[in-house]
Design a protein around this ligand. Structure first.
Ligand SMILES: Nc1ncnc2c1ncn2[C@@H]1O[C@H](COP(=O)(O)OP(=O)(O)O)[C@@H](O)[C@H]1O
Ligand SMILES: [Mg+2]
Length: 413
């Protein structure tokens, strides 16, 4: 909430900008804070909304909006007070690729107006034609500085050594995945239907997953991926259809614990006193269990923070911790919702390795993601959802088809 107290010269927005229920109120917030007159607030809000092209959602509630729309509202609320400098904290973390490119267009407009823009970011591909300089920060120091030209010239090895993500998604090398999938079907979804009012999320959806399989669930923001994840885990009841686990029809409450869902919003999920407690909670802590938890924390590079309260971790550290909780848990089927959205290259690769390890142990994993680098590092198959239907279901072989289905080339179109 510190963003609200920012001085006019420099506006910083947190990653998830949800402060008020109504879009107009949210955009007006900064102006109100600076004591603008009622008329000025009105005109600034309407100008900012027009600049960002969100005039028609001014009376909507923020919670009804997709992440991409929320991002636009956040930018409009900064723009309303016309700062000279914008500081943005991982603005693309929750955006699909199409929304990321629309966001890049907004940044381009601000740049053309002569604004200074600082973006803390892991995803580099959308900034290649936009940013003038790339500063690589490690342990509180700027260790390297690149132009876009120099960034593009880096080899895959150099990118890995710097712990970065790729500047060019077409350059991603697909990991050599040795499928751990057996022939046993452990999850079967039959004619699944779900909707929220008029919003249709699933329309007679059918699919199956096998033991040891790692499946990417892709599709645009707001299409229903998280909802389906929650339904599979029994956290939400489907309108109709069947979820069959290990050959047996299961009602939602029978699915709890068999399908483990790790949500996008982790703050509501982490309850432990410290990291070890988070991993061992709910059961008697035997020396073996403690050792297993420590090994997992070590592998996830979380041991330096072991005594900290989970709420004090960064977004990326929380994502790794939540994966650690899943590793400790016995559930045979795990649904990870955007597990790498806030992760740098090194941690995205670590998490992908962990996912492969889980598969090798016989777990079935559904990775909800629009992170092509993650999908290419650990998933063998992709299911794409849109408007309530499965539009594609394919084996991932190389980057090109996956990038096309995720929407990477929409900027050219
Ligand atoms: N609890 C809810 N009440 C009403 N609408 C919802 C609720 N949860 C999700 N939705 C709507 O359902 C659609 C799918 O949402 P979601 O599953 O979060 O999509 P995705 O994960 O693919 O981005 C969106 O239009 C969203 O606004
Ligand atoms: Mg989602």
């Amino acid at each position: 909430m510190g963003a609200r107290q920012n001085r006019r010269e420099c506006i910083s927005r947190p990653q998830e900008p949800v402060f008020a229920n109504e879009v107009a109120g949210e955009i007006a917030f900064g102006c109100e804070n600076y004591g603008y007159s009622h008329e000025d607030i009105q005109s600034h809000v309407h100008r900012a909304a027009a600049d960002i092209k969100i005039q028609d959602i001014l009376d909507h509630s923020l919670h009804s909006l997709s992440y991409g729309m929320r991002q636009k509202v956040a930018i409009a609320s900064a723009e309303a007070i016309d700062p000279e400098i914008y500081v943005m904290d991982e603005p693309s973390a929750n955006l699909d690729i199409a929304s990321t490119y629309r966001f890049a267009d907004i940044i381009r407009d601000l740049k053309q107006q002569g604004k200074t823009i600082i973006i803390a970011e892991h995803r580099l591909y959308y900034l290649m034609d936009l940013a003038d300089r790339f500063l690589c920060v490690q342990k509180g120091k700027i260790v390297r500085e690149f132009t876009a030209q120099q960034m593009k010239a880096l080899s895959n090895q150099e990118i890995r050594a710097l712990g970065l993500r790729t500047p060019d998604l077409h350059q991603i090398e697909q990991a050599e995945i040795l499928s751990a999938a057996t022939s046993e079907v452990v999850l079967e979804v039959k004619k699944l239907n779900h909707s929220f009012g008029e919003t249709i999320v699933a329309k007679d959806i059918d699919f199956q997953c096998r033991k040891g399989e790692v499946v990417a669930l892709i599709g645009p923001n707001g299409t229903g991926k998280s909802t389906i994840g929650r339904i599979l885990a029994g956290l939400l009841k489907e309108k109709s259809g069947e979820v069959v686990l290990f050959g047996k029809y299961c009602r939602p409450k029978d699915r709890l614990g068999k399908v483990w869902y790790i949500p996008q919003d982790l703050d509501s999920q982490l309850f432990g006193e410290d990291l070890l407690d988070e991993l061992t909670t709910g059961a008697e802590v035997s020396p073996e269990r403690k050792k297993a938890a420590e090994e997992i924390l070590e592998a996830l590079e979380l041991m330096p923070f072991v005594k900290q309260h989970p709420s004090t971790l960064s977004g990326g550290q929380k994502q790794r911790l939540a994966l650690g909780v899943a590793l400790m848990h016995e559930a045979p089927i795990i649904v990870l919702d955007e597990p790498t959205s806030g992760l740098d290259g090194t941690n995205m690769r670590n998490v992908s390795r962990m996912i492969r390890k889980l598969a090798k142990m016989g777990r079935t994993i559904i990775v909800i993601t629009h992170d092509a680098e993650c999908a290419l590092a650990c998933c063998e198959r992709a299911i794409r959802l849109e408007n309530g239907y499965i539009t594609d279901d394919f084996q991932i072989r190389g980057a090109e088809l996956l990038l096309e289905k995720i929407g990477y080339d929409q900027k050219e179109g």
